[in-house]
Design a binder for this molecule. Structure first.
Ligand SMILES: Nc1nc2c(c(=O)[nH]1)N[C@H]1C(S)=C(S)[C@@H](COP(=O)(O)OP(=O)(O)OC[C@H]3O[C@@H](n4cnc5c(=O)[nH]c(N)nc54)[C@H](O)[C@@H]3O)O[C@H]1N2
Ligand SMILES: Nc1nc2c(c(=O)[nH]1)N[C@H]1C(S)=C(S)[C@@H](COP(=O)(O)OP(=O)(O)OC[C@H]3O[C@@H](n4cnc5c(=O)[nH]c(N)nc54)[C@H](O)[C@@H]3O)O[C@H]1N2
Ligand SMILES: [Mo]
Length: 711
């Protein structure tokens, strides 16, 4: 800090690694001359750029917002107001405006998870909760599969633990069609077709079962593997209807059907060879039958991975003393069958008994909020009646135009950049935002969501406003004080909300000193403001829960306390009760108009579109999007490294510079996430917005395209 300006960022004591590129770039983020400094009002056309906007004073901006909210209230009520957040910086104080809409009566929200919906749809039903923090166990593992994710880039803060695991003699295996930075550090790397991971993991399970590598004791004691399924109904045979804890098993000692928790029961994993085989199967029988479909030829045909390779990985993982599958918020989840792919990886871990112990686990990235309590910063209206119809983020345009959730008169978008980050941008958010009478976007920089808004408000960045993060990503509860002077007239999300709320007599919910709100967030965790101010950060895992083991000793968080293979919720949603493979509709194996399968990746110089406009970052990895293409595919198209190229399909175009490599599966193209139409073109102009899917997953990695020379 010098004269109210930030001049340097360093790693703190609570962080185990030095600051990464994104951390250092906070200096430019605060000082950049691209920062928004005054409210901007649309005076020209939406979708064109910043020259269509005129700077106005805050008073005029708040007058306009008041008028438009009043219009919404008078023309359908508060449910015609939409609030859309995003990843932002995970501060607990940025969501104030949503609380304000609640005090007006409740608004309309969006549904769907643009990030790790596979975990919600696939892992949570199997384990009972997504709190799977095992990142502190990484170094203690012997075999880790980084399944469709790239922790070198995406978990920079603790990739050193993977390195330590390997230094201790452990093995890292990466499953990715692209030779990612993590593949580069791994001893094993296999390249399945995008979206085929569910078939691959079933093939691995077949190897494990065929070779008798499963842990029967774990399956019997801690999972519903022995649970009987009635062949006639296709669902669990329960002693009491609707009480899933009353499931029945066959006792091996008496050969009778008994309650799973009857005393002294030793359940059979199969009904085969018993008197009940005609009427019942076990969940384990069903998983086995599903896996049996995936022999060497079937797996090769669907995934293009050779038996020897995936069988070796399956065996080494199963035999490892401690084995881990890193799912994180992996790219494989952002495919049409991402939820089942996630569930089958959980099955594989259960079958090998690799859950609930030191060095074991299935890893979902979550954060401090899953370990210690957190409170709400703002008091919510207990009588709010939000619209029961939510707008799926993947079909935003259609819902707005068809008024499926009713007419939307007013939208408030903060902490996210949906035009750049949500799929099929042209036909989805651009179309939807063009059809909402008044859209407000709160941001630090002018991006493509601003381009589709009527009013753009300048917001403060980290270090410029009091801030508390106690959330679902980092395990560190962090406070940051407002020491840096914000540029121009930028204000915090909280202050902006307070100014608007004042016009409606509701400012009392937002006009306390920010410390009051911060206290409300941290006090349920037993942390005092004084302590946190002094230490700046407290690690909820290593400091507050050093002995935490997810699902310790095989105690799961489902109603049955067992991990569940069969899930009625999937059946109710129209899917199978046992997770299986479904080929994405947009798959290279289905032929179709576009020949190349595209996947997206996150680079070291961004968090989505955040940071991606800063020179500090652009000078690291280039000022234009890289489009990575296999050497043979490039040769067929006359493309060489450095050529200007266009990736395209019926949805739109994305322009970039070709990087030609043999280290990418032929038939696959890698596009970079985070470029924005306001300073380049977004790869989301091409991506698949399939809906509904199980778990409502973001399907950007199930997208067929072509690439041509010239841009
Ligand atoms: N530097 C940086 N770090 C980040 C972020 C960032 O933007 N930048 N974002 C954060 C967030 S919100 C998230 S969700 C995480 C994401 O973390 P990751 O999942 O690690 O990141 P991605 O780059 O999206 O995807 C990783 C890999 O998935 C591969 N992939 C794509 N589709 C498939 C598939 O169908 N099967 C398989 N096996 N592999 C596939 C891609 O080739 C890519 O190399 O990162 C977090 N950390
Ligand atoms: N094509 C493609 N699309 C993807 C992905 C992909 O790999 N490829 N990945 C998906 C994933 S995993 C995720 S998590 C999402 C992320 O999607 P988003 O959450 O939309 O991500 P960002 O682009 O980082 O948008 C964050 C915005 O918040 C602003 N911001 C930061 N801090 C604050 C603040 O304190 N207040 C306010 N008002 N604004 C702030 C930033 O300037 C930025 O504009 O994208 C998804 N979309
Ligand atoms: Mo994400």
């Amino acid at each position: 800090m010098r004269d109210g300006k930030v001049v340097k960022v360093e790693g703190g004591e609570v962080n185990e690694s030095p600051a990464c590129a994104r951390g250092f770039a906070r200096v430019e983020m605060c000082n950049s001359d691209q920062r928004l400094t005054k409210p901007l009002k649309l005076v020209g056309e939406k979708g064109k750029g910043i020259d269509q906007y005129k700077e106005i004073e805050w008073d005029e901006a708040i007058d306009l917002i008041q008028e438009k909210i009043q219009y919404a209230l008078d023309n359908g009520g508060s449910n015609t107001m939409l609030y859309q957040g995003g990843s932002g910086n995970f501060s607990s104080l940025t969501g104030a405006f949503n609380t304000f809409i609640g005090w007006l009566g409740g608004g309309t929200s969006t549904a769907g998870n643009m990030c790790c919906a596979g975990i919600d749809g696939g892992l949570t039903p199997v384990f009972g909760s997504r709190s799977q923090l095992v990142r502190h166990q990484i170094a203690k593992s012997d075999y880790i599969i980084a399944w469709g994710n790239n922790p070198v880039n995406s978990m920079t803060g603790y990739f050193a633990r993977f390195q330590e695991m390997m230094n201790n003699g452990g093995t890292l295996c990466t499953i990715d069609p692209y030779y990612s930075e993590t593949a580069d550090k791994s001893q094993e790397w296999i390249q399945p077709w995008p979206g085929s991971d569910s078939a691959l993991s079933l093939g691995m399970i077949k190897v494990i079962l065929d070779e008798g590598l499963q842990k029967d004791d774990f399956l019997k004691a801690h999972t519903t593997a022995p649970c009987l399924i009635d062949k006639a109904t296709g669902v669990s045979f329960l002693a009491k209807d609707d009480d899933e804890t009353s499931y029945q098993v066959i006792d091996s000692k008496t050969n009778q059907i008994v309650a799973h928790d009857a005393s002294g029961v030793d359940p059979l994993l199969t009904t085969e060879g018993t008197d009940f085989a005609d009427k019942y199967v076990t969940e384990f029988d069903l998983v086995k039958a599903e896996a049996a479909k995936w022999d060497a030829d079937a797996v090769k045909a669907e995934t293009d991975v050779d038996f020897d390779d995936y069988a070796r990985i399956a065996r080494d993982y199963a035999k490892a003393k401690h084995g881990m599958i890193i799912q994180n918020m992996g790219g494989y989840q952002r495919t049409e069958n991402g939820s089942f792919a996630t569930a089958i990886q959980c099955y594989m871990a259960l079958i090998c008994g690799h859950v609930g112990h030191e060095g074991d686990g299935v890893y979902d990235a979550t954060g401090s909020a899953s370990l210690v309590k957190s409170g709400s910063a703002f008091e919510a209206n207990p009588d709010a009646k939000p619209n029961s119809v939510k707008i799926p983020i993947y079909k935003f345009g259609d819902y707005v135009i068809d008024e499926t959730a009713g007419k939307i008169n007013f939208a408030w978008i903060t902490c996210g950049n949906p035009v750049a980050q949500l799929p099929n941008s042209n036909d989805n958010w651009k179309k939807g935002l063009a059809n909402i009478p008044f859209v407000v976007k709160v941001d630090m920089f002018f991006n493509s969501t601003c381009m589709w808004s009527d009013l753009v408000l300048p917001v403060t960045a980290l270090f410029e406003t009091p801030n508390i993060t106690h959330s679902v990503r980092s395990t560190v509860i962090q406070i940051s004080e407002a020491k840096v002077t914000p540029p121009g007239e930028a204000k915090s999300d909280l202050e902006i909300t307070r100014m608007v709320a004042e016009r409606f007599g509701l400012d009392k919910y937002f006009n306390e000193d920010p410390d009051v709100y911060i206290k409300r967030v941290i006090e349920p965790a037993g942390i005092t403001l004084e302590d946190l101010k002094e230490r700046k950060g407290i690690d909820a895992l290593t400091e507050l829960n050093p002995d935490f083991i997810a699902y310790k000793d095989g105690e799961f968080l489902t109603k049955t306390k067992k991990a569940q293979f069969f899930n009625k919720t999937w059946v109710d949603a129209g899917y199978e009760g046992i997770a299986c493979h479904h080929r994405p509709q947009e798959s290279i194996l289905n032929g179709g108009k576009y020949p190349l399968a595209s996947v997206q990746r996150k680079t070291r110089n961004q968090v989505h579109t955040t940071f991606k406009n800063l020179e500090t970052m652009l000078c690291m990895d280039g000022h234009k999007p890289t489009i990575t293409i296999n050497a043979e595919d490039a040769a067929e198209r006359g493309i060489a490294t450095g050529d200007a190229v266009t990736a395209f399909n019926d949805r739109g175009e994305h322009y970039g510079v070709a990087y030609v490599t043999t280290h990418l599966k032929k038939g696959v193209v890698v596009l970079e996430n985070g470029w924005d139409d306001a300073w380049a073109t977004s790869s989301s102009n091409l991506t698949n917005n399939a809906y509904p899917t199980l778990g409502s997953v973001h399907c950007c990695n199930s997208t067929m395209i072509d690439v041509k020379k010239g841009a």
